[in-house]
Design a protein around this ligand. Structure first.
Ligand code: KG4
Ligand code: ZN
Length: 363
């Protein structure tokens, strides 16, 4: 990290003084291309979302049952400038109104990250504003606290997405300590894989949730992995395998059984699977809140859109006297408003990136 990028500190100060910008709002352009969404947003002062544009590639990847990195990369290249242009237009701002450009440079698919990163560097350089590097998973957490004026900290944050299932102790937007994570599949990944097993399509989360509505969550007792241990880590590959064995038999020779199942049988599997995942997520979050004496629980990431999870976590928080803050649904899945919002805190802290910033697959 460095204090400035593409523009010297003295120049930045002079520029801000000239515009009187320090007394005015801080507009940050956020860019997000870590996986299969090309997104750009303009957020003022970390909380006022002036625009948030998301170009989803779901249609392109659906036929492959998952994200194909090369296809994602090419689609980002096609979408990135129209998406940024629309974010600026919808926000009613011009390049001179932007105080910094923020980019999620990790974690994610490097071939995808690099597209947004290159655009962000180019704009920061051309507009002579700082570049701010943001961790994509940390930004998901920002979606849950974006609308809050005050937070009772420390908080415990559960971030559940297609690539991550993380528990953090959070003492400020910039101060997160990882206290638990998955040892194998992420929760969203399990939803996606189980949807593939049940031949429900991609992405799995929304379609499993919809299918589960008419199912019995107690029909099948799928395993709740790693609940017996003290640790705050998760494991979801066992439950995915249990669904697979349930559908195809222990010898894995019954591949056609899913095709011949009734809609009710499929719904019961979806509901029982969802109940098992939610059960584990809620119990581990409760344990994390107890261990860290957190009064606030934050929930973000794509799987946070799931109503069963939202309700179960709310019920746990009500029962244990904790406050739950959940990301609004449009901000649960990947977006750039969360990137710009987290970047605001880095802007205030003077945490700017150099123009040789790299994309990284991992956190
Ligand atoms: O945060 P996100 O958009 O991308 C990553 O950073 O991974 O999360 C995408 C994940 C996918 O695995 C998707 O199936 C899951 O979030 N998801 C859901 C729901 N909506 C999206 N999972 C469960 N229930 C949902 N309603
Ligand atoms: Zn994400």
């Amino acid at each position: 990290m460095h204090t400035c990028s593409g523009v010297s500190c003295a120049r930045l100060q002079r520029r801000n003084q000239k515009r009187g910008r320090l007394a005015k709002e801080i507009n940050i352009l956020g860019i997000e291309t870590s996986c299969d969404e090309t997104a750009a947003a303009v957020v003022a002062d970390g909380r006022n979302i002036k625009s948030s544009i998301v170009a989803s590639q779901i249609r392109l990847h659906a036929e492959f049952g998952g994200v194909v990195p090369e296809i994602a990369s090419r689609a980002h290249i096609e979408n990135i400038y129209p998406v940024i242009a629309e974010a600026l237009a919808r926000a009613g701002v011009q390049k001179g109104d932007i105080d910094a450009v923020a980019i999620a440079n990790q974690p994610g698919l490097v071939v995808a990250l690099i597209v947004g990163l290159t655009a962000a560097k180019t704009l920061a350089f051309a507009w002579e504003v700082p570049l701010i590097a943001v961790n994509h998973v940390h930004a998901h957490l920002q979606s849950a606290m974006l609308e809050e004026e005050t937070l009772d900290l420390p908080a415990v944050a559960l971030i559940v997405s297609g690539g991550h299932t993380n528990l953090y102790r959070c003492t400020s937007p910039l101060d997160l300590t990882l206290i638990g994570s998955t040892v194998d599949d992420a929760a969203g990944e399990a939803f996606d894989k189980v949807a593939t097993i049940l031949q429900l399509g991609y992405p799995g989360g929304p379609v499993i949730e919809k299918t589960a509505k008419s199912g019995n969550p107690k029909a099948i007792d799928f395993p709740r992995s790693m609940l017996d241990r003290e640790s705050l880590n998760f494991s979801f590959s066992g439950i995915k395998t249990a669904v697979l064995y349930y559908c195809r038999g222990q010898d894995m020779k019954g591949a056609d059984r899913v095709a011949s199942m009734t809609p009710q049988e499929i719904a019961d599997i979806a509901a029982s699977f969802q109940a098992a995942v939610v059960d584990v997520l809620v119990k581990k979050t409760k344990r994390a809140a107890e261990q860290t004496q957190a009064k606030t629980v934050l929930l973000g990431g794509g799987v946070a859109a799931n109503t069963a999870l939202r309700n179960a976590l709310q019920e746990m928080c009500d029962r244990t006297g904790r406050r739950l803050l959940i990301a609004p649904r449009p901000l649960c899945t990947d977006n750039a408003a969360m990137v710009a919002s987290l970047a605001y805190h880095k802007f205030l802290a003077g945490e700017f990136a150099d123009l040789d910033l790299e994309a990284k697959a991992t956190s």
